[in-house]
Write a new protein. Structure first.
Length: 108
């Protein structure tokens, strides 16, 4: 059901009346790099360019956090999520948290 769940970064749903605010919904994941990615990243740093391994890791992490946020919203009875955001923070050297969050709502 997560594929059809309505998620917007706006404060409201255009043309749809919100009847109840459920509250904050969130999903997160903490990921670490692997030694191979780190070695390649250091070499790539010398010549410049995209760090493809890291880009893929972050994309996968965002997707997992996003899915977990929707699962949290569904578990709390929400029909949609407004004010959606991503946040990234460093947990420790080599490990980061990706957090997806927003406000779960019910609409008419």
């Amino acid at each position: 059901m997560t594929e059809n769940f309505l998620v917007v970064s706006a404060n409201d749903l255009a043309g749809i009346e919100i009847k109840e605010h459920i509250g904050v919904v969130q999903g997160s994941t903490v990921r670490s790099r692997n030694i191979g990615s780190d070695i390649f990243a250091r070499l790539k740093n010398l010549v410049g360019g995209e760090l493809v391994g890291y880009s893929k890791l972050l994309a996968t992490s965002r997707e997992q956090a996003y899915k977990r946020m929707i699962e949290d919203a569904e578990a709390k009875g929400a029909d949609a999520i407004v004010c959606f955001r991503f946040q990234t923070s460093t947990i420790t050297d080599g490990a980061s948290e990706i957090l997806a969050y927003g406000t779960g709502v019910k609409y008419k």
